[in-house]
Design a protein around this ligand. Structure first.
Ligand SMILES: NC(=O)c1ccc[n+]([C@@H]2O[C@H](COP(=O)([O-])OP(=O)(O)OC[C@H]3O[C@@H](n4cnc5c(N)ncnc54)[C@H](OP(=O)(O)O)[C@@H]3O)[C@@H](O)[C@H]2O)c1
Length: 242
């Protein structure tokens, strides 16, 4: 290992939940690799992280649906820091629509970014995670992967797969000190949930800060404590509804 400071790789770090997680990790003193597709927004996120924590921050624009990009992010992180204490999988896409002529390309896109990309990324990071252990993986999944909702069949199925992937990681490598958690929130107030403001006002949504706080909490647990998944629901009577 090249440094004593902990290092984290955060996907989906250019906005929303991932950006807030990156900022909180900067405050905690992590060295950071931030990834998403948009280079300009990533640079802004990195500048914010530097202000919040003064950590070393690298940006690596990459598409999580592209195999070569996934490998490139991991290699850039490894070259920069030589260790990986925390892998945060926040890159994700959602596309609502009823069953009956649901476009198959939208299904494919959600599975590519929400499931296939995370699998390839975890796989590519595994040697570094094991060498750094204790190390954590935190995926931002969704409550819709635990309790299905109409109109979100493809998205919910992709998030159920992501949650199952985290559980599988624990069976395989938690004894070696690499543990995984799928955080499963209801609606969080970000760009992704704007389409639903007429049904759920932003003031009733979970905040990105809430999710970032849970990620930091995961980093404080001993490697003996495995949290396979963590539901986070909104206040109100409909407990398991997004
Ligand atoms: N907001 C909610 O209500 C909510 C609730 C439960 C779970 N989640 C999950 O939380 C995660 C973060 O969501 P959010 O609300 O922060 O969404 P967001 O504001 O739309 O941010 C999504 C992030 O993912 C990146 N991204 C999207 N497609 C990508 C791709 N193909 N390759 C690489 N990066 C990609 C985006 O950057 P680029 O577009 O520049 O690539 C952005 O940084 C997602 O996995 C989402 O499913 C969200």
């Amino acid at each position: 290992m090249t440094g004593a400071r902990r290092a984290a790789l955060v996907t989906g770090a250019s906005r929303g939940i991932g950006r807030e997680i990156a900022g909180r990790l900067a405050e905690e003193g992590f060295d950071l690799t931030l990834s998403a597709r948009g280079a300009d927004a990533l640079r802004e996120a990195a500048a914010e992280c530097a202000k919040r924590g003064g950590t070393r921050v690298r940006t690596v624009p990459a598409d999580m649906a592209a195999d070569d990009d996934v490998q490139r992010v991991v290699e850039a992180h490894r070259m920069a820091y030589g260790r990986l204490d925390l892998l945060v999988l926040s890159a994700g896409v959602g596309s609502a629509g009823p069953l009956g002529n649901y476009p198959s390309h939208r299904f494919d896109k959600q599975f590519a970014v929400n499931v296939r990309g995370p699998f390839l990324l975890i796989d590519a990071c595994m040697e570094l995670l094991r060498d750094t252990a204790p190390a954590r993986i935190v995926a931002i999944s969704s409550i819709t992967g635990l309790a299905p909702e109409p109109g979100l069949a493809a998205y919910g199925a992709s998030k159920a797969a992501l949650t199952a992937l985290c559980a599988a990681v624990n069976t395989e490598v938690s004894a070696a000190g690499v543990t995984a958690t799928a955080i499963c929130p209801g609606y969080v107030d970000t760009d992704m949930s704007v389409w639903n403001h007429d049904r759920v006002p932003p003031t009733e949504m979970i905040t990105s800060g809430d999710i970032a706080e849970l990620v930091v909490t995961m980093t404080r647990l001993s490697p003996q404590a495995v949290v396979p998944y963590l539901p986070v629901v909104r206040a109100g009577a409909a407990l398991w509804q997004a």
